[in-house]
Structure formats: C-alpha cells, structure tokens
Design a protein around this ligand. Structure first.
Ligand SMILES: N[C@@H](Cc1ccccc1)C(=O)O
Length: 417
C-alpha cells in the first residue's frame, strides 16, 4: 500500500497520525499471512521474539535512511540519494533490487489473491481453477491502476477503512476464543528453535516500508521530529497487529494442523480456510475472508502503482492513454503469466522479496547513513543514536537474513512441515 502518500497530500493538516497511517498501511500487507505459517515450527514464544528483533532492526534501517535523506532537499528520491552518496554501482544495485521486490511482490499478491478469491468463491458454492481466480484478481485491480492514480487512492482509502473494521471484528472474536494451552504447550514435534532462522526473512518482508521514507520527507519537509514519530508509531502499529494475528492464529489452530497447511502450499486461502473452521459464526467468517481479500488487494494496488510509476519513468512511457497501456503491459503481464503458470508460489515469492529487500531496505540505508556522516562530520541535524556500532548491527542483520534465506533454500536450514 505505497500510495497513501497521495491520499494524505490532498488532506488538510499534516498530522502525525496521517504519516503513521501511511507507514502502517505500507507495512501491513501479504507478508502478514506468511508469519503464522513460517512461524509454526518455532511457535509463539520464539515468533514473538523474532518479530520484536526484526521490528527493531527494520525501524533502525528506516531511521538511518531518513537521516541520509535529510541531507538532501525534500523531494529527493531514493535513486538520487544513492547516486549522490554511493555512486553508480550502488545506484544500479539499489534500482534493480527495488524493481525485483516490486515485481515479485506483485506475483505474490496474484498468487495469494487467487487463493483467497478462490476460498471466498468456495464459501458461495462456486469454484474456479486457482490460476484463473488469480487472473481475474489481477485483471480487475490492474484496471484500477490503469485508470489513474486517483482511482487507486480513493479505492485504497476505502479498503483501508474496511480492513480496520473487518480486522477488529474477526480477530477480536478469535482473540476471545483463544486456547492458552495451544499457545503455550503446542503439540507436534518437540523441536522449536532450529526453525527460527528460516523464518527471519519473512519477518523482514513483513516489516518493509522503506520506499515511503523519501515520500514522508517530501510530505512533511525537514521536520525530523514528526517523521521519526510517524515511522516509530507506524511500525509499532504493525507490530501490534502482527502480535494479535499470531495470538489469534496460533491460539486457535493447533501446531500439528499447520503441518497440513504447509503441505497444501501454505497459501493465504489455505490458512484462512483453517481459521474459518474454528470460527463458529458464519458472519465472523465472512469478516475474516473480507479482511484477507482487502489486505491483499490494497497491497497489490500500492505495490503495482509504485512499479507502474517506476517502469513508466525507466522506459520513458508518457501519461497518454497509449503510454499508460504500454506501462500497464510491462507492469502486469510478467507477474500475471507467472501467476498462471505457478499459482501457489506465494511463500516462495515472499521469501525472495525479503532476499532482495535486504539490499535496499537494510544494507543500502545503513551505508547511506555511514557515508553522509563521513561526508559532513559537522552536520548538526538529525542523527540516529548508536554511532557506527548500530550501523554495523543493521548491516549484519541484512547479511544474516539473506544468508538464512539462501541456506533454507539449499535445505541446509530446517524448514517446518
Ligand atoms: N511489508 C509488505 C511488503 C513490502 C516489503 C518491502 C517494501 C514494501 C512492502 C507486506 O507485508 O506485504
């Protein structure tokens, strides 16, 4: 949901709340649906520990990016920051990793969207092949992006409202029904901690919002006090939502059932179907399904709008009808074709998004801050506390997460299920 910037810009006051909602809106997305599935191996306690640690590192990398950004005029893009501070090589690596994350997330959303649309149709007694459901999901939403940015803005604002309501109704009820024993004394195999490592990349993807930092600087101007608070509050909101989500899922679905969910591909629809089984009321069930649909659809709109603008700029396609059609073709055709060929790659795609995000959302921000501190040692504006040790910690976090993903892919780290 990267586009609430525009929605907020039309607003009257530049309140702290608006900025926090922009960050929370971008952060909370499909990554959330991977958390209970990849966290099932280590279960609740370690999942919470991992979430808090990843939240801290992702918050710090966002603040380091802000620090570097404040050395430039408001409006400077991520690309401008890397070009002026780190040079050509990093500019290219950064640009490629951003484009890769946007593309693969679009594919993840088509896969997750197809799966959840299919689950929703199932409750109505209809059925479609999942790849076709993904195609319908992508076509409808791509049309919104093709129409205009304003269309995306309006629709995502409505979706955000619907998401908040449906989340609290459905999850609130699940939270009331949790079984403490499931949370604290899970069933299934007796090994937990070894599964933590393969889950870290999914935590990282779930806390990604960094593309919005330059937009916040443009929106608020050089007002570090408010921007820092907006980033802290926005990521805290995401942390609270994810914690409630873990309690609601792990407190209701036994750990052994998660092994079945994973065996069925671990896609969004399978998880929501397992949750639906424990919700007694049909109405609350609909709220949960509505929430899942809105969450993935609004993330799809935000991410593809970012990709759309990025590609239009890259290929120099204009804003005429023909130009937008060309941009839409390069934006949507590759991930949609991938979605038709591999309808169930949701988890795999979130993992690869995390791998590429370690570059631009973690390592590059740390390097940028290191470099601007070297270039202007007398600068007395906003500085993230912790000095070079904090920068080293953030870079290490990036390397460890990338290594975890690669080692898990190579079957060297254990993956539950
Ligand atoms: N946090 C987003 C994904 C994302 C990653 C990186 C940057 C922006 C967004 C989600 O959970 O869907």
């Amino acid at each position: 949901m990267a586009n609430h910037m525009n929605a907020a810009k039309h607003g009257q006051g530049k309140s702290l709340f608006g900025g926090a909602m922009i960050i929370a809106g971008t952060t909370v997305g499909a990554g959330m649906f991977s958390l209970p599935v990849v966290g099932a191996g280590m279960w609740f306690g370690y999942s919470m520990l991992m979430l808090v640690a990843v939240w801290f590192c992702m918050l710090m990398s966002g603040l380091l990016l802000l620090e570097a950004n404040l050395h430039f005029e408001p409006g400077a893009s991520f690309d401008t920051l890397t070009r002026h501070t780190l040079g050509r090589f990093w500019r290219i690596v950064n640009g490629l990793s951003i484009a890769f994350v946007l593309y693969i997330l679009t594919y993840a959303y088509i896969s997750g969207g197809g799966s959840i649309v299919n689950h929703s149709l199932g409750t109505l007694g209809l059925s479609l092949p999942q790849s076709v459901a993904g195609l319908v999901f992508a076509l409808v939403l791509a049309l919104v992006v093709l129409i205009s940015t304003q269309a995306v803005d309006r629709i995502t604002s409505i979706m955000l409202g619907g998401m908040v309501l449906s989340f609290f109704l459905a999850i609130g009820n699940l939270l009331l029904e949790i079984d403490m024993q499931k949370l604290i004394e899970p069933d299934g195999e007796a090994s937990y901690l070894p599964y933590l490592f393969a889950a870290i990349p999914f935590g990282l993807a779930s806390f990604g919002y960094h593309g919005n930092v330059p937009s916040l600087v443009k929106y608020y101007g050089k007002d570090p006090g408010t921007i820092v608070k907006a980033i802290c509050l926005g990521t805290c909101i995401a942390l609270v939502i994810y914690s409630c989500w873990l309690v609601a899922t792990m407190g209701n679905i036994p750990r052994s059932i998660f092994a079945d969910i994973i065996a069925k591909g671990g896609n969004m629809g399978v998880l929501v179907a397992a949750l639906s089984e424990v919700i007694s009321s049909a109405w609350l069930n609909n709220m949960l399904t509505l929430f899942a649909n809105l969450a993935v659809a609004s993330s799809f709109l935000g991410v593809t709008l970012g990709l759309f603008d990025y590609l239009a700029d890259l290929f120099d396609f204009d804003d005429s009808r023909k130009g937008r059609l060309k941009t839409a073709a390069v934006t949507f055709i590759p991930p949609t074709v991938l979605g038709l060929l591999f309808p169930n790659g949701f988890l795999m795609a979130i993992g690869f998004a995390a791998l590429a995000a370690t570059i631009w959302a973690v390592i590059v921000p740390a390097l940028l801050a290191y470099k601007v501190r070297k270039l202007s040692p007398d600068y007395d504006g906003f500085k993230v506390p912790g000095g070079t040790p904090l920068i080293i910690l953030v870079v290490l976090f990036g390397f460890i997460t990338a290594s975890c993903h690669l080692l898990a892919m190579a079957d060297i780290l254990p993956v539950y299920g």
